[in-house]
Design a protein around this ligand. Structure first.
Ligand code: PBG
Ligand code: ZN
Length: 327
């Protein structure tokens, strides 16, 4: 008796066929590189909680963009640190604002670089909230929409290829779509940060951009980490208002949400591998507690496996280098 001779299927998968059957692939073209621009000249200072990430002045961007492009990273997202902030975040929609200047500099240096601009006020408001506030400290939704729409239009006028509203106000995608259409940019796509959780993982970004709220928090307009179905409702609203792509942020603790959003709508969905996720890996790696290369590539691959069509990541340069070494 006994069992017939049986060879488990996996034994037939040799090294060659492993390549053929691999379900998920990671490449430099998957990455969107976020970077920080600041006023001044000749500035390139490392963000303390984000080793390997720098705040650079506009004049230093040319070299940086060439480096990225040579690594195969052809999509970037600039974040601005303005020299002055005010109650209404006017630096966000100034035609000579820091991000608008950065977009022009990037396009002048590398015309083929695809520039996606984050649309929000929090880096530009003196109180650090994502919108304008009323006397009681609440965000005034509709007044904020006008300013966000102005911000998006000014970014596109400066040369941005795509805009990505990250503020989470109600109706922002529709307001931005209408404003872009009216300004003569009906073909500029919107990547909506549809699913943005009120998360502890944004800490290092707020150091880098100096945008921590001066009081209160963002829970009134960002999502509760306990909710996944709400994510689908948020994404649906953005789609109805004209979003072309969706974003889930943060990524790592929300891969289930990413998968659900992708499955539900079949829209191109981007993962934001945020600053705190980056800082954790860098800190552990600096201590020799993990193998940075292995962990980074595994993490980014997991985001693609969960359904991401692209990944915003501060690891982009390292990952692109490692991927190039692999082939
Ligand atoms: C602006 C914005 C933030 C991030 C992206 N766009 C800050 C925030 O929401 O507090 C965070 C990205 C990161 O942590 O890397 N609203
Ligand atoms: Zn914001």
């Amino acid at each position: 008796m006994g069992f017939p001779e049986y060879r488990p299927r996996r034994m037939r998968i040799n090294d060659v066929s492993r390549g053929l059957i691999r379900e998920t692939h990671l490449a430099a073209e998957d990455f969107i590189y976020p970077f920080f621009v600041c006023p001044g000249e000749g500035v390139r200072e490392e963000v303390p909680s984000m080793p390997g990430v720098f705040r650079t002045s506009i004049d230093m961007l040319e070299k940086e963009m060439h480096e990225l492009y040579e690594l195969g990273i052809t999509k970037v997202m600039p974040f601005g640190i303005p020299s002055e902030k005010d109650e209404v975040g006017s630096g966000a929609y100034a035609d000579d604002g820091i991000v608008q200047q950065a977009v022009r500099a990037v396009k002048a240096a590398v015309p083929g670089m695809y520039v996606i601009c984050d649309v929000c006020l929090c880096e530009y408001t003196s109180h650090g909230h994502c919108g304008v506030l009323d006397e009681t400290g609440y965000v005034k939704n509709d007044e904020t929409l006008e300013l966000l729409a102005k911000t998006a239009v000014s970014q596109v006028r400066a040369g941005a290829d795509m805009v990505a509203p990250s503020d989470m106000m109600d109706g922002r995608v529709g307001a931005i779509r209408a404003a872009l259409d009216e300004a003569g940019f009906p073909n500029t796509p919107i990547l909506a940060y549809s699913v943005k959780y009120a998360s502890g993982y944004y800490g290092p970004f707020r150091d880098a951009a100096d945008s921590a709220p001066a009081f209160g928090d963002r829970r009134a307009y960002q999502m509760d980490p306990a909710n996944a179905e709400e994510a689908l409702r948020e994404a649906l609203l953005d789609i109805e208002e004209g979003a072309d792509m969706l974003m889930v942020k943060p990524a790592l603790a929300y891969l289930d949400v990413l998968r659900a959003v992708r499955d539900e709508f079949g829209y191109p969905t981007v993962a934001y591998n945020v600053s705190g996720e980056y800082a954790m890996v860098k800190a552990a790696a600096a201590n020799g507690w993990i193998d940075e290369r292995r962990v980074v590539l595994e993490t980014l691959l997991s985001m693609k496996r969960a359904g991401a069509c692209a990944i915003l990541t501060y690891h982009a340069k390292d990952a692109a280098r490692w991927l190039a070494e692999e082939c």
